[in-house]
Ligand binder design. Structure first.
Ligand code: APR
Length: 231
């Protein structure tokens, strides 16, 4: 068996489901309640910034109140105790990995941050953002949530692709495999010869690409998987 020195982990909304945060595409998920084109595109923000702010304000409050679950804590244990590299890439914007003590790359941004649409300055978002808020750097009224919307390019792609090309093990946890580029990470890792494992409640759109499947709630499967890696 290949020796494992470098691990890349991709997490999605499913890892935070047991912390009480709804996913996007499960039954009754966020995208069943809101239209993506109304709240999660740059065009939506131009058309109705108030609606977009209200959507993210509500999510910011929920995320601030949520607590990490055993899956987040297990990944913190892995990052602290694994003798090799553990890079955690998350599509989540909720901040629960950080609350558990994990260093994560936020490829889709963070609810806790604000971004100036004019000068790209970033700062800590207030609990409630509102239309016309000035940027602390350039003073233009162009503050927006620091969230990567549909049609925008995810953050840190160069670093992520490089890590995928050199990892020995790639794991995807609680993600439906419907949104690129994250959905393609498994194939990138496989091309570099990495072992691949998917942890999900059910099959995802990308399940066929993974060698190993661990089915069940992340709060149970992730701690058991981490125990196995650290044994
Ligand atoms: N344990 C493990 N997996 C779970 C759990 C759980 N307790 N609950 C749900 N899941 C799985 C679902 O089966 C599903 O495959 O989590 C996945 C959630 O999928 P999505 O709602 O599509 O979330 P995600 O994959 O993170 O979405 C990707 O889409 O809209 C965008 O930007 C948003 O980052 C997000 C991206």
């Amino acid at each position: 068996m290949r020796r494992i020195d470098r691990i890349v982990i991709l997490t999605g909304a499913g890892i935070s489901a047991e912390s009480g945060l709804g996913t996007f595409r499960d039954e009754g998920g966020l995208w069943a309640q809101h239209r993506i084109e109304d709240v999660a595109t740059p065009e939506a923000f131009v058309r109705n910034p108030d609606l977009v702010h209200r959507f993210y304000n509500a999510r910011r409050v929920q995320a601030a109140e949520a607590q990490p679950n055993p899956a987040h804590h297990a990944l913190a244990r892995l990052q602290a105790d694994f003798p090799g590299d553990v890079l955690l890439v998350t599509q989540n914007v909720d901040g629960l990995h950080e609350k558990a003590g994990v260093r994560a790359i936020h490829m889709h941004g963070e609810l806790s941050r604000a971004l100036c649409a004019a000068c790209e300055h970033r700062w800590d978002a207030p609990p409630e953002m509102s239309v016309g808020e000035p940027c602390p750097a350039c003073d233009k009224p162009t503050a927006r949530p620091d969230i990567v919307w549909f049609g925008e390019i995810p953050y840190h792609m160069e670093e992520i692709i490089e890590a995928l090309q050199t990892c020995d093990l790639f794991a995807a946890i609680g993600t439906s495999g419907q949104v690129y580029p994250a959905a393609g990470f498994v194939e990138e890792a496989r091309m570099s010869g990495a072992a691949t494992v998917e942890m999900n409640l059910r099959d995802s759109d990308m399940s066929y690409a993974f060698e190993e499947h661990i089915v069940g709630p992340a709060s149970k499967t992730v701690p058991a998987w981490v125990d196995r890696l650290l044994a």
